[in-house]
Design a protein around this ligand. Structure first.
Ligand code: ZN
Length: 304
């Protein structure tokens, strides 16, 4: 297929995204089981961060390679106008464009569903905590940029003040951790379901820890709130919403964990340090002209 200078840049960048994203996703899938086991032993917040890195890493690497390496090397070293684009490059480019397009569509759809769900619940906005007429046990942080705390009347009336304070602190922890933004990013990117689910599990535990910490009374109050949520019956929430109790199967484990107190957690420092060093080395390499020139040669040969 013949293509002009800028069209070739587009095909090459999209194909480069596909190769890097799919390759990294395959590596992440192989490592997923071991990573989940390792993350489960860590402090919840750090474990969740590790799983999120692994789950979103492939898409981030793909974008970084396309925009940080493929495009600049092309702009620097490619001269001349139209040339042929190989069939493989076209196929990979189409896959890349489809991945990005589907991701954007999924993120938009998740955001829109959360909005519509919220609009269905609420008569009017404005208050810091919205009490809604919903029969289930709903306590949720809704919204990405300026999240709002929503609670169903049934749940609010069932909770004592201490339990409500603990539930509210759990939701504020989700907001502080930008968990709804992370949920949107997860909806927008392809990746292993095991990683997504394990992240969600650890994000709940991390919010529990942040809300109750080492305070035994608070842990008890939060556990009591979770038990009440289970008894009232869980309300269905929309995507990109962080609820107090989203998965029924996880409730018993969380209650047990809250009652047991904070366990021994293994540090994630080494893993974090290795990931950070790798990212820094890659970023540094990308700024070297010699590396870009070599990369250009590789892209040319692979994708022609
Ligand atoms: Zn939660």
């Amino acid at each position: 297929m013949m293509a002009g200078y800028w069209a070739r840049l587009g095909w090459m960048s999209a194909a480069c995204f596909t190769v890097v994203e799919m390759g990294a996703r395959a590596v992440a899938a192989v490592w997923a089981g071991a990573a989940v086991r390792r993350a489960e032993r860590m402090e919840a917040r750090r474990g969740a961060a590790l799983l999120l890195c692994l789950r979103l890493g492939p898409a981030v690497l793909g974008v970084a390679a396309a925009l940080g390496m493929c495009a600049p090397s092309y702009l620097l070293f490619e001269r001349g106008g139209g040339e042929a684009v190989g069939g493989l490059c076209v196929v990979l480019g189409l896959i890349g464009a489809a991945t990005v397009g589907v991701g954007a569509w999924r993120a938009l759809r998740a955001w829109w569903r959360a909005r519509r769900w919220m609009a269905g619940l609420l008569p009017a906005g404005g208050a810091e905590v919205w009490v809604v007429e919903e029969p289930g046990a709903l306590v949720a942080m809704v919204g990405v940029v300026k999240p709002t705390l929503v609670v169903s009347r049934a749940m609010r009336e069932a909770l004592t003040d201490e339990e409500w304070a603990a539930a509210e602190a759990h939701e504020r922890a989700h907001a502080k951790a930008w968990d709804n933004a992370k949920r949107l990013a997860l909806a927008a990117t392809p990746g292993a379901k095991t990683l997504t689910r394990a992240w969600a599990r650890l994000a709940e535990r991390a919010a529990d820890d942040e809300a109750a910490g080492g305070n035994a009374d608070r842990r008890l109050a939060l556990a009591a709130a979770l038990v009440k949520a289970a008894r009232i019956g869980m309300a269905a929430a929309a995507p990109a919403v962080s609820a107090l109790a989203a998965e029924r199967e996880e409730l018993a484990a969380r209650v047990a964990r809250l009652l047991d107190g904070p366990g021994e957690a293994k540090g994630a420092r080494r893993t974090a340090a290795v990931l950070a060093a790798g990212a820094m080395a890659a970023a540094l390499a990308m700024t070297q002209p010699a590396v870009l020139e070599a990369a250009h040669g590789v892209f040319e040969r692979l994708l022609r």
